[in-house]
Write a protein that binds this ligand. Structure first.
Ligand SMILES: NC(=O)C1=CN([C@@H]2O[C@H](COP(=O)(O)OP(=O)(O)OC[C@H]3O[C@@H](n4cnc5c(N)ncnc54)[C@H](OP(=O)(O)O)[C@@H]3O)[C@@H](O)[C@H]2O)C=CC1
Ligand SMILES: CC(C)(CO)C(=O)C(=O)O
Length: 314
């Protein structure tokens, strides 16, 4: 079997968790070489000390990649690029990757958002792009050190709608063999939208009030706001013909209740730490744009979007 070259781009909460598992598993195996792309201080720390993952799942918290690079232009031929950046870095990464993508190169975005596949395809028209969504509660503790809490991470990965003949089974097996919980489906878009129901509504409400996922489930005013946002997303998803379950809102609250009570969302962490960039546009901005395009009222999302923006300004 030929060694697969996999490269994780971005060693934050998501890339740090899944990249760690892959690097540790394949450190001394011919099945795959796991390389990283990281920038600035993350690059320096991981090059010198390896990537640290603080997680109850791993007794040995350090993993070393096959290679680590500062940018995509330095990479040798890669079979699979795993994108683990925030949405505001997506276009930049895709522009850098464009010339490295051959017909059989696979791009696997592990990100939130319902328009990630389309956005990648606007820049990268060739190769295979596997639409996916991801669940994991992990964040950067310090550059090069990622902390994971709660349930094991999970990936739902689907076939490329533009290349449905391409079967990613071998990649799915490599990920699963590294201990990653992964579902490989014909069509992952219903799962991507299902995740979006959860993360857009809970992301916005947790970020607005700096309250945890558990608090949003429990406190009635916050519960109500999350519910109203989900109703708006439901109207959009139905109009777009996405096959989501009839009791999606109830199921989303059940899923939220399965997270440890104090779990924050990544949007909440970014908004509350006053970061210059956040994924507010990925969550609220996208709903507002879909609302406009489809003439569906999205007043609650607009309202909370402005409240969060006001908070960021003050
Ligand atoms: N964290 C979580 O619990 C979850 C997050 N998600 C989603 O996954 C995606 C990734 O989120 P998350 O991992 O939390 O984000 P983070 O901000 O923790 O990590 C993103 C990483 O990408 C790096 N990066 C950005 N551009 C480049 C570049 N050009 N070269 C190298 N590295 C780069 C950043 O570097 P630097 O540190 O230098 O800025 C950062 O380390 C988002 O869409 C998020 O919504 C989904 C599920 C759970
Ligand atoms: C809520 C959580 C941690 C679940 O995966 C998430 O997706 C995020 O914060 O972006």
């Amino acid at each position: 079997m030929k060694t697969k070259e996999l490269t994780i781009i971005g060693l934050g909460g998501v890339g740090g968790y899944f990249g760690f598992k892959l690097a540790q598993k394949y450190a001394s195996s011919d099945a795959a070489n796991i390389s990283f792309v990281a920038r600035a201080q993350t690059y320096e720390v991981v090059k010198e000390k390896g990537l640290t993952l603080l997680s109850a799942e791993h007794a040995n918290p350090v993993a070393h990649p096959h290679q680590i690079y500062r940018n995509v232009a330095e990479l040798p031929v890669t079979n699979v690029f795993i994108l683990c950046v925030k949405e505001y870095d997506l276009e930049n990464i895709c522009l850098q990757l464009k010339s490295s993508i051959k017909e059989d190169t696979v791009v696997l975005p592990l990100m939130n958002g319902v328009d990630i596949y389309e956005r990648i395809r606007k820049i990268i028209s060739n190769g295979i792009v596997l639409p996916s969504c991801v669940y994991v509660a992990s964040h950067i503790k310090e550059k090069g050190i990622v902390e994971h809490k709660g349930n094991p991470g999970k990936i739902v990965m689907g076939r490329d709608p533009e290349n449905p003949q391409y079967d990613a089974l071998e990649i799915a097996e490599l990920l699963k063999d590294a201990g990653i919980d992964l579902d490989y489906k014909e069509n992952s878009f219903p799962d991507i939208w299902t995740k979006y129901f959860f993360i857009a509504s809970f992301g916005l409400v947790t970020a607005r009030y700096n309250k945890s996922i558990g608090q949003v489930v429990e406190e009635s005013a916050l519960h109500e706001r999350a519910s109203l946002i989900m109703k708006e997303i439901e109207a959009i998803a139905k109009r777009k013909g996405i096959a989501i379950s009839e009791d999606i809102i109830e199921k989303t609250f059940q899923k939220a209740a399965s997270f440890p009570y104090q779990t924050p969302t990544s949007l909440q962490l970014d908004v509350q730490s006053g970061k210059a960039n956040t994924e507010l546009e990925l969550f609220a901005g996208a709903i507002i744009d879909y609302g406009k395009a489809l003439e569906i009222p999205v007043a609650e999302t607009q309202q909370i979007y402005h409240e969060i923006k006001e908070g960021l300004r003050s």
